[in-house]
Design a binder for this molecule. Structure first.
Ligand code: UDX
Ligand code: UDX
Length: 465
């Protein structure tokens, strides 16, 4: 029976997951630790609007559980020592150098966390991999845990570990709803008692038939495969979107028609500026690396193409904007609607907006960026330059109206609901003519924008109108 949980990593995965566990399991003390003191301070902020990540419904959960059975601290050793179960939810970015650079995951944080657990744990501890990891990482974690020299550590007698894989399938923006009513919970492991201990936690709110048990490697590989399949659907529909634009078909209609086939299904068929987020690209590259490692070169090339198509889609949109604006955007004002990688999050990791905005800045555009949740600090980091003025500069603005002011074009990159409700007559009045709307999400009311005098390009919409 688990009474105390420690989660290492207070990020987009660790934070919401632990908030939901604490909320659903009042009998369990949940402590979330992180090396980053600023992040922990933000999780402890009295004002719940200051939490470090934005997720609908998260503030209410944290408000209810924090201080009761949900704690945020930098005191890692003490939290591990007091825990029956430790979740590893640290980041695993793609390696930038060394063997596997550009494909393999950098496991240094996982290794560091496993060493911390090995050093500080007491008695029997169940270690749960929550981070997305290459297949067979559990083996590495187990090896590190078992390497503790029992005689050298006080209290090491009787120190034992079980490693489980429990990948997270939440999507940002709907994380709380996904955690509260998951399609499935996946638990991979070899130790039946440990598996049942974790299953009992989820069993507090997840129906038993949705809790799947597999071996460790199947669990690890399922996570990579799920993300690869989802990303592949997006590259597939984006590929068809380009063909729709060329032929006069409408990708929205095509998506509806094919989605009505129950074997295909209607979800994840929205054409856009390409997928972003911390997981899809990283996980596919991981899969590619794994396939290469095992000599499966055709399989690796197959998945690599999903990423290649995604990059092409992002480049294509920036080029298209430049082309329509008479081949040059130098010194021209362009309003950018949305910067987060999807709506309802402040996360910009791998956001298509980064590549598209950088390309436009490179061409000399003056960007006026509006996003309801992304901070100016984040924009500066992602764009590699501070806010400024003049050719090849950007500024953050608070309203769509300001983004449109004096602009030749608006480029819609994130599907925030507010962008579906724009007053196009008011916006058109402050833009320079001819004025354009480039809607990379097919989110805006194109008919209203056209009625207000804008020229509209919409992803996947044939040009026969
Ligand atoms: C991350 C990975 O990106 C994802 O693949 C995995 O499934 C879960 O972990 P996320 O929660 O979105 O997802 O990452 P991030 O928001 O970067 O949070 C990780 C946190 O771990 C950071 O706050 C970081 O400071 C912390 N960390 C990292 C530690 O506390 N200790 C470490 O040794 C390393
Ligand atoms: C994804 C997986 O959905 C989740 O199960 C896993 O745990 C982590 O990775 P996330 O990246 O948070 O979640 O968001 P998701 O909703 O999957 O969107 C990823 C990207 O695909 C976004 O940039 C989104 O805008 C884009 N997308 C999604 C499309 O372009 N079209 C679609 O139809 C769906």
């Amino acid at each position: 029976m688990i009474r105390s949980i420690c989660c290492i990593g207070a990020g987009y995965v660790g934070g919401p997951t632990m908030a939901v566990i604490a909320d659903r399991c009042p009998g369990i003390q949940v402590t979330v630790v992180d090396l980053n003191a600023e992040r922990i301070a933000a999780w402890n902020a009295p004002d719940l609007s200051q939490l470090p990540i934005y997720e609908p419904g998260l503030d209410a959960l944290v408000g209810r559980a924090r201080g009761r059975n949900l704690h945020f601290t930098t005191a890692v050793e003490a939290a591990i020592a007091g825990a029956d179960m430790v979740f590893l939810s640290v980041n695993t970015p793609t390696k930038t150098k060394g063997v596997g650079a550009g494909q393999a995951s950098d496991l240094r944080w996982i290794e560091a966390s496993a060493r911390q657990v090995a050093a500080s744990a007491q008695g029997h501890t169940i270690v749960v991999e929550k981070s997305t990891l290459p297949v067979r990482t559990a083996e590495t974690v187990q090896t590190i845990l078992n390497a503790v020299p029992l005689s050298s550590v006080p209290g090491a007698e009787g120190k034992t570990f079980s490693v489980l894989s429990n990948p997270e399938f939440l999507a940002e923006g709907t994380a709380i709803a996904d955690l509260q009513a998951p399609d499935r919970v996946l638990i991979g492991g070899e130790d039946p008692a440990a598996i049942e201990a974790l299953a009992a936690i989820y069993g507090q709110w997840v129906p038993a038939e949705r809790i799947l048990r597999t071996n460790l490697w199947s669990s690890e590989l399922s996570k990579l495969t799920a993300n690869a399949f989802l990303a592949q659907r997006i590259s597939s529909i984006n590929a068809i979107a380009a063909l729709c634009e060329a032929t006069g078909a409408d990708v929205g209609e095509v998506a509806k028609a094919i989605g009505a086939d129950s074997r295909i299904g209607a979800k994840f068929l929205k054409a856009g500026p390409g997928f972003g987020g911390s997981c899809f690209q990283k996980d596919i590259l991981n899969l590619v690396y794994l396939c290469g490692h095992y000599g499966l070169h055709e399989v690796a090339a197959y998945w690599q193409q999903v990423v290649a198509l995604n990059r092409w889609q992002q480049q294509r949109i920036a080029r298209l904007v430049v082309n329509r604006l008479f081949g040059t955007v130098s010194g021209k004002r362009i309003g950018v609607l949305g910067f987060a990688f999807k709506a309802d999050t402040n996360d910009t990791r791998e956001s298509p907006a980064i590549r598209i905005c950088r390309d436009l800045l490179e061409e000399g555009a003056v960007l006026q960026i509006v996003d309801p949740k992304v901070s100016e600090r984040q924009l500066a980091q992602d764009l590699g330059q501070p806010a400024g003025a003049g050719e090849g500069s950007w500024q953050q603005v608070a309203e769509v109206q300001q983004a449109a002011s004096g602009a030749d074009a608006l480029v819609l990159l994130t599907e925030w609901q507010a962008f579906a409700e724009i007053d196009w007559a008011a916006v058109a009045a402050v833009m320079r003519r001819p004025a354009w709307l480039f809607d990379a999400r097919a989110k805006a009311d194109a008919a209203a924008a056209r009625a207000a005098g804008l020229q509209v390009w919409r992803v996947g919409e044939g040009a026969d109108d």
